[in-house]
Design a protein around this ligand. Structure first.
Ligand code: PNW
Length: 448
């Protein structure tokens, strides 16, 4: 079985194919020399926070298996590897002294990628805030914005000349909404006002970091990664339509409008009422720094129903193991909509993939045909959008390997490489081979 990525010059010949991970989800080595605790280390100890009661102190033990994992990435034939840097591993208290052990780890990761001809795409913040900063108010506190800018400058000083790309934040909506409004992700707060303030501070820290890194002579292209789900009304009923529009405002326009147009969407601001964020007069201009690139993470669409939560499985629609509807047409619709509504910079699909049960078969292999199908149809949506003029520059599969899926623990598997958590053995699934073969064929066609 293969992924028929059509190679007929429909994508730029420098289109970047990659795989993605994040630090907390794979690294382990949570208590290694010099590393500080993150809010996720603490959150995992809260009873009931993680579905299987697990934590990520070992995870995939990536820190201690770096060379093996570098060879694994190289074996996939990808152009690029997207990873994140653990702030408390390199700056244990979130400010002040740096950890040489921590910085040295990322030095070896970046050099190991470059030695194998793989472009390092680094994300500065994929949710693991140093716990010391949380005790001082976390992202609700404006001070954290300045701590983040200092951290970004330190990383750039040490690694910047060797990175192919730097993202400030991964999915500010998830941090704000799941972490501070719904309380199902770290730090587990439940306040709409706190969430709104956090979203503003994340955007502001992004903009100020871009200014600072550019002033420091950054050479790597700078961007931000947003998660996006199209919002479809459950019925033509005006109440459902209005809800879908508001959900789109909260999830997509709330981030895209300040980044690309220098203002928050009025309808969402008005809906927040007294919960709207406090800001200073120059904040919006700071947020709207020119982006060298935009990252889009897509998994599913959302259906808005004024009658309450809408479950795709209950409507007979195909879903992944997360219960998320499999909907490649919505992916294509999202990309063309972004292109018509905004002046997009070069845009990368920084995450796309699916969780599936993935039983190991009698032959010891994982024949994950569901995942191959998911990747095939979603990559086809990307190719179609690119052909229609959407400025797409690359695509990253989530994820390189099975890992700690946040509040779901280890039960949900997104990897194209299987991880046996008893032995930590890595075994490429059928999807890994299909992806590699597709890239090989695409390159042959792109050169022709
Ligand atoms: C993203 N939602 O998280 C993250 O960037 C990854 O770290 C994660 O493993 C992956 O997607 C799969 O979950 C999300 O509920 C988590 O809308 C939740 C949502 C979206 C993205």
């Amino acid at each position: 079985m293969s992924l028929p990525i059509d190679p007929e010059h429909r994508l730029p010949s420098d289109f970047v194919w990659g795989v993605a991970t994040s630090a907390f989800q794979i690294e382990g080595a949570a208590h290694d020399d010099g590393k500080g605790e993150s809010i996720w280390d603490v959150f995992c100890r809260q009873s009931g926070a993680i579905a299987d009661g697990s934590d990520a102190s070992v995870a995939c033990d990536h820190v201690h298996r770096l060379d093996e994992d570098l060879d694994l990435i190289a074996s996939l034939g990808v152009d690029a590897y997207r990873f994140s840097i653990s702030w408390p591993r390199v700056q244990p208290q979130g400010w002040g002294p740096w950890s040489e052990e921590g910085l040295g780890f990322y030095d070896r990761l970046v050099d190991g990628l470059l030695a194998r001809g793989i472009q390092p795409f680094a994300t500065l913040y994929h949710w693991d805030l140093p716990q010391v900063l949380q005790t001082q108010g976390g992202w609700v506190a404006r001070d954290t914005v300045h701590r983040f800018v200092d951290y970004a400058r330190g990383v750039q000083r040490r690694l910047g000349d060797r990175l192919a790309s730097i993202a400030t934040h991964n999915e500010p909506w998830v941090i704000a909404t799941l972490g501070h409004e719904l309380g199902i992700f770290a730090p587990g707060q439940k306040s709409r006002a706190a969430a709104a303030q956090v979203s503003h501070h994340l955007l502001l820290s992004h903009g100020l970091a871009l200014q600072a890194l550019r002033a420091d002579g950054a050479t790597a292209p700078l961007g931000i990664v947003l998660n996006m789900s199209p919002q479809d009304p459950a019925t033509p009923d005006p109440a459902d339509q209005a809800l879908a529009h508001l959900q789109d405002g909260r999830g997509l326009r709330w981030y895209m409008d300040p980044l690309l147009r220098g203002r928050y969407p009025e309808d969402v601001w008005a809906d927040l009422g007294r919960d709207a964020p406090r800001m200073e007069p120059t904040d919006l201009a700071a947020i709207a720094q020119p982006l060298d690139w935009l990252g889009v993470n897509y998994y599913t669409r959302n259906v808005s129903s004024s009658a309450g939560p809408w479950d795709p499985a209950a409507h007979g629609l195909p879903v992944t193991d997360m219960g998320w509807e499999i909907c490649p047409d919505s992916f294509h619709a999202l990309l063309t909509r972004l292109h018509s509504d905004y002046a997009l910079p070069p845009t990368y699909i920084t995450e796309n993939g699916g969780a599936f049960p993935d039983p190991v078969q009698a032959d010891g292999l994982v024949h994950d045909h569901d995942r191959i199908d998911y990747l095939r149809t979603h990559i086809a949506a990307v190719v179609r959008a690119a052909q229609e003029g959407v400025p797409l520059a690359g695509y990253f599969v989530w994820s390189l390997m099975d890992n700690f899926e946040w509040a779901s623990g280890y039960a949900k598997r997104f990897g194209i490489v299987h991880v046996d958590y008893a032995t930590l053995a890595r075994t490429p699934k059928a999807s890994a081979r299909a992806y590699r073969d597709a890239l090989t064929r695409w390159r042959a066609g792109a050169r022709a």
